[in-house]
Design a protein around this ligand. Structure first.
Ligand code: SD4
Length: 327
């Protein structure tokens, strides 16, 4: 008869052996070394090359991917000309600028804020949620109270430009999202540092003139962004409702974990979206950026017009992404 100790030993050994298939061969990038010069690397949605430059400053000095993506995300957050992120973001249909953001580090820690008003840097509040609370997500008034307690200043984020756009929108009050008419939007920024640590951040004022209280994909871990140090990291932009329904960033990282190149992974997920929601994808844009642990990148969207900033090997370049549909 087996002793209890033998039984435990055998079960544990058996479970590890059986489970090995799940956490070893599925994560080839965990073992393979990146090509020389492939790291560090940072990629951001849209023409956010000032953000990738801020991130690169940290990465090229041997810094941590988490610090890099936070520094990058703070650039459009503070830019009054960027009408999709932070200060200067277009308000909801009641005139409130409400912000969503999330962040993840190489340990799988995550922090997020949604429906946050009056704070210029929601990405840094999300990081505080991650580091200073036992929670992942704070929302609305509670997120604001936490931010104020942490010393973030309360500010008016509605610029004159955004207020005028809202006044104009109110004339027709047409509640209809549009495919990226501007060449910038939500920033998703993801990085792998020189020590092969991954991190990601995503921050937005969400859909312009949305319903009051609407929260998109950007603060939702796995939808707007997802990072897993065994595989890679991905982030989304575009119509949050579509990203939410497919947990796109999570799915991309899982495809990478199964051995796909990040480019193939983002293409797979965009195709999945089109198969599942053929009507919705016709008139709406979604785009993704992704990196694997080896520093290889991917970017792809539903429609033409999506671009991304890639900083690697001392070069910061904005590229046009490929798309599933063509003009
Ligand atoms: C959202 N994906 O809130 C974000 C940002 C956005 O067009 O609306 N981009 O849905």
């Amino acid at each position: 008869m087996k002793t209890r100790r033998q039984f435990l030993h055998n079960s544990l050994f058996g479970a590890l052996a059986a489970g090995a298939g799940n956490w070893w061969p599925d994560a080839p990038s965990f073992f393979e070394r990146p090509a020389k010069g492939a790291l560090p690397v940072v990629i951001a949605t849209w023409n956010n090359s000032r953000a990738t430059a801020a991130a690169w400053k940290i990465l090229s000095a041997g810094g941590r991917a988490l610090d890099a993506v936070e520094a990058g995300a703070r650039i459009p957050e503070a830019d009054p000309e960027d009408t999709s992120v932070g200060y200067g973001g277009f308000p909801d249909r009641d005139g409130h600028v409400t912000l969503d953001a999330c962040i993840m580090d190489e340990f799988g820690n995550a922090g997020s804020v949604s429906f946050l008003e009056h704070i210029m840097h929601p990405i840094s509040v999300a990081r505080r949620v991650m580091e200073k609370t036992p929670h992942v997500m704070l929302s609305g008034e509670g997120a604001l109270q936490f931010a104020l307690k942490e010393g973030f200043p309360k500010e008016n984020l509605l610029t004159e430009k955004a207020r005028r756009a809202w006044e104009e929108w109110k004339i027709k009050s047409e509640y209809k999202p549009v495919i990226n008419i501007e060449r910038h939007d939500t920033i998703g920024i993801v990085a792998v540092d020189a020590r092969q640590r991954v991190a990601g951040a995503c921050t937005t004022s969400g859909m312009a003139f949305k319903m009051h209280g609407r929260v998109g994909d950007s603060p939702i871990i796995g939808a707007g962004m997802f990072a897993d140090n065994e595989a890679g990291v991905a982030a989304a932009t575009g119509l949050g409702e579509l990203v939410l329904k497919t947990l796109g960033s999570f799915l991309i990282v899982e495809e990478i974990r199964r051995g796909k190149h990040p480019q193939k992974a983002v293409e797979t997920v965009i195709k999945r979206l089109a198969q599942k929601y053929p009507k919705d994808v016709a008139e709406n844009q979604v785009g993704y950026v992704a990196l694997d642990k080896k520093g290889r990148h991917g970017a792809y969207s539903l429609h033409p017009g999506f671009n991304y900033a890639l900083y690697r090997q001392e070069q910061n370049i904005v590229f046009e992404a490929g798309s599933l549909f063509h003009k």
